[in-house]
Design a protein around this ligand. Structure first.
Ligand SMILES: Cc1cc2nc3c(=O)[nH]c(=O)nc-3n(C[C@H](O)[C@H](O)[C@H](O)COP(=O)(O)OP(=O)(O)OC[C@H]3O[C@@H](n4cnc5c(N)ncnc54)[C@H](O)[C@@H]3O)c2cc1C
Length: 497
């Protein structure tokens, strides 16, 4: 059996491992962290559980794309979903005015036509464009051969703001529709409209939290991988990919273990991968191009444990902005931070009446914590703890302004900064979602899934796109280099009969 070594055990690594095991490969997954799962990891403090990355998924109602993928990945046996409020899976607050995002195309048009009656026709056109982009591409349908990424569509080369300006005249409506940009760290004048369309379509179809936390996805995938003979090893930081004159031959971990490989799949940030490649097979121009791609912004997160039975479970995801625009929250001063935040509750049990824990996330740039770069987790010093406390209190106060009672319900809180992401997942600059999409860069801004080393492939959020759908579609595209994609699609269909 050909041997595949996969670097990283996030959704990208685990899903590639599963697909390849089902198709006759011998798979070993190496993870640097003590826990596997990457952004799917959860942690517990004083009995309360917190999700670190994946908080909600879309398109998972029966027969929809993610439902089909979950059956294929056997996630249906270990992962329970809880539907978000179908009349408001997202709520966007712009300077005090609230806008609810309902599931379903018609309901969405109706709801937003109530807010903006003069824009009804434009809303129908907007939904036509959003649906068209999602369904025309294999990214949305998973039904074609996995390579049909519709990069030539004009909406991949025009920005979100540019397209919204063309469709709508009402500025508040444009802002409300772009209110979910923290889900992809969208930036004005840079992020392609296609990114907005995929995410809008993904969640508009249906939206769910994961009961008990996103680590149930890790447990389920890991069990399936091990049952099929795959190996997942934690605490194994890959430091080098060894190559001969033409190919990769294996990888070396920090503890000097060598793993022979017929194929290597890297699911980590491409800049980290390049640091492991000391070979002439990778040209300097490629290194320069990849390391020049900008990163999505990083974040500051406050994880809150609520006092028992004080915080009613909030079945919507709450995006709030001090101003009437969601744009530009990544450009702030120490005085006006945070300009916006995303606040969510963790679904600790199905049909929960009270929330046990929640998170509030706001953008933060790595420069704010530069002074502590190079220090290690838990030993960054008192001034770092004071910095975190100051920012946590400001963020809690900001949430309390729009969700009265929030501050009073906090029993205890924990925080993470850009340094946490830097250390836990190894993303460049602690970026939330890895590389950023910027229409100004065109093809030069894309991370390829193939390299000049024929048996070294890339997967994970930096190739294709981040998030549950983006990463899974990327895994199919990458694995299609080793397996006939028609077989993968056949297997997905068979799993759904
Ligand atoms: C705050 C936040 C909220 C999010 N919310 C959502 C959401 O609600 N819905 C959604 O769909 N998506 C969400 N996402 C995005 C989603 O979680 C990610 O895109 C996805 O999980 C990334 O998977 P991955 O496998 O590409 O990368 P990762 O999960 O980062 O996995 C990469 C793994 O590689 C390991 N690694 C790195 N270097 C090495 C090395 N040298 N050797 C061995 N291992 C190494 C890392 O430790 C890590 O475990 C969110 C992300 C964040 C950060």
């Amino acid at each position: 059996m050909p041997k595949v070594v996969i670097i990283g055990s996030g959704l990208g690594g685990l899903s590639c491992g599963y697909i390849l095991l089902r198709n006759g490969y011998d798979v070993t997954i190496l993870e640097q962290g003590a826990q596997i799962g990457g952004c799917l990891q959860c942690f517990k403090r004083r009995g309360a559980k917190f999700e670190t990355g994946m908080h909600y998924i879309g398109s998972a109602a029966k027969g929809q794309t993610i439902d089909m993928m979950m059956r294929y990945l056997e996630l249906d046996r270990g992962v329970e979903l809880s539907a978000l409020d179908a009349s408001a899976y997202n709520t966007v607050n712009l300077a005090g005015s609230e806008f609810r995002f309902p599931n379903g195309r018609e309901a969405f048009v109706e709801q937003f036509s109530e807010y903006f009656p003069h824009e009804r026709d434009a809303l129908v056109r907007y939904m036509d464009i959003v649906d068209g982009i999602a369904s025309a591409s294999s990214l949305g349908s998973l039904m074609s051969d996995g390579r049909d990424i519709a990069v030539d569509s004009e909406y991949f080369t025009r920005t979100i703001d540019n397209v919204l300006d063309e469709i709508f005249s009402d500025d508040l409506l444009k802002s409300a529709l772009a209110g979910d940009i923290p889900l992809y760290a969208g930036e004005l004048g840079k992020t392609p409209f296609s990114q907005h369309a995929f995410i809008m379509n993904f969640y508009n179809k249906s939206a769910y939290r994961i009961v008990g936390g996103s680590d149930s996805i890790v447990r389920s995938l890991a069990q399936s991988i091990r049952e099929r003979g795959g190996e997942i090893l934690a605490g194994k930081r890959v430091k080098k990919i060894e190559c001969d004159d033409s190919r990769a031959t294996g990888v070396i971990t920090h503890d000097e273990c060598r793993y022979d490989a017929d194929y290597v799949i890297s699911t980590i940030h491409p800049n980290r991968l390049l640091e492991m490649l000391d070979t002439k097979l990778i040209r300097p121009a490629f290194r320069t191009r990849i390391t020049s791609i900008p990163q999505t912004t990083s974040g500051f997160v406050v994880y809150v444990k609520f006092k028992p039975h004080t915080m009613p479970y909030m079945n919507t995801n709450y995006f709030s902005y001090r101003d009437t625009t969601p744009w530009g929250c990544e450009s702030y001063t120490q005085q006006n931070w945070p300009k916006g935040f995303l606040y969510m509750h963790m679904c600790h049990e199905a049909n929960a009446e009270w929330a046990e824990s929640g998170v509030a996330i706001s953008y933060m740039n790595i420069e704010d914590v530069e002074a502590w770069r190079g220090t290690s987790i838990g030993r960054r010093g008192e001034d770092y703890e004071a910095f975190k406390q100051r920012h946590a209190e400001r963020l809690i106060a900001e949430v309390d302004k729009v969700c009265p009672g929030f501050g009073a319900s906090v029993e205890s809180y924990y925080t993470s900064t850009p340094l946490t992401y830097l250390d836990y997942t190894g993303t460049e600059r602690g970026s939330l979602y890895g590389v950023a999409k910027d229409i100004g860069l065109g093809a030069a801004g894309r991370v390829p899934y193939r390299t000049r080393i024929p048996n070294l492939l890339l997967a994970g959020q930096n190739v294709n796109s981040h998030g549950f759908l983006g990463v899974l579609v990327g895994s199919i595209v990458t694995c299609s280099e080793l397996v006939d994609p028609q077989n993968i699609y056949k297997q997905i269909k068979q799993a759904n009969i």
